[in-house]
Design a protein around this ligand. Structure first.
Ligand code: TYD
Length: 224
């Protein structure tokens, strides 16, 4: 692993309110994030925590406008243009929702995609480079990392199969070539290795219940 990348980890911090937890979910299309997020949300609520579940891009009125601008873009965007739009949405989500929510002890934020999506999609698949994406996150409030990230790992072939079954119209990223998706899968694995103390890589090609069980078993280490 590149030493320069490893040293950049020191630019980041975790939320500091004792008893609060910041979780994110990552993975390519069809990896089952939404299903697993619902299970985790229920588990945490049953334990008596305050929970908010948010998604990126979006989660605020301004962020939802940016989401439309990116995912419905007809023009191919420069990956740096994409990156700045995702970061603008993220900064606003942190300011409006995530940081205020975490201030109260006993609060849990569950986020569907976060910095690792930008590292994988723009950094690796879009070829901006991980270093550029990390550098762009070095200032407040973007330098905040989750306590735990669940990376649902599936191969590109299974992602295509699941998308075919769903039959929805393809958005901007789903319409990219196969090479983009294969780079995405490799990129995510590399990022999971770089941040291995934070990211738990889970084989999500298995039955949903087994994946949920792995996540909940790990979560018990954070939530007594
Ligand atoms: P979404 O419909 O939310 O995808 P999914 O259901 O798979 O999570 O669309 C978000 C898309 O934006 C998805 O293709 C990933 C992409 N994305 C990036 O490229 N960079 C980012 O930083 C983020 C947050 C998302």
């Amino acid at each position: 692993m590149n030493n320069r990348l490893l040293s950049m980890k020191s630019l980041f911090r975790n939320p500091e309110t004792p008893g609060s937890l910041f979780l994110s979910f990552e993975g390519i299309e069809g990896s089952g994030k939404s299903t697993q997020i619902k299970e985790v949300e229920r588990f945490i609520k049953d334990k008596g925590f305050r929970v908010t579940t948010l998604r990126e891009p979006g989660g605020t009125a301004f962020g939802e406008k940016l989401r439309e601008a990116i995912l419905k873009s007809e023009a191919p965007l420069h990956p740096l243009a994409e990156c700045h739009l995702f970061l603008a949405s993220r900064a606003q989500l942190l300011k409006e929702k995530i940081l205020p929510f975490l201030l109260e002890p006993g609060s849990v934020v569950i986020l569907d995609r976060y910095i690792d999506s930008t590292l994988a999609y723009q950094g690796r698949a879009g070829k901006l480079g991980l270093e550029t994406v990390l550098t762009l996150h070095q200032f407040e409030p973007l330098n905040l990392l989750p306590h735990r990230t669940y990376f649902l790992d599936i191969e590109a072939a299974l992602s295509y199969e699941r998308q075919k079954v769903r039959g929805n119209a393809k958005d901007y990223f789903e319409s990219q070539k196969n090479e983009f998706h294969e780079n995405l899968v490799d990129g995510y694995k590399e990022i999971a290795e770089l941040f291995k103390e934070r990211i738990l890589k889970i084989d999500a090609q298995r039955p949903l219940e087994e994946v949920t069980q792995d996540i909940l078993d790990d979560l018990k280490g954070f939530i007594p």
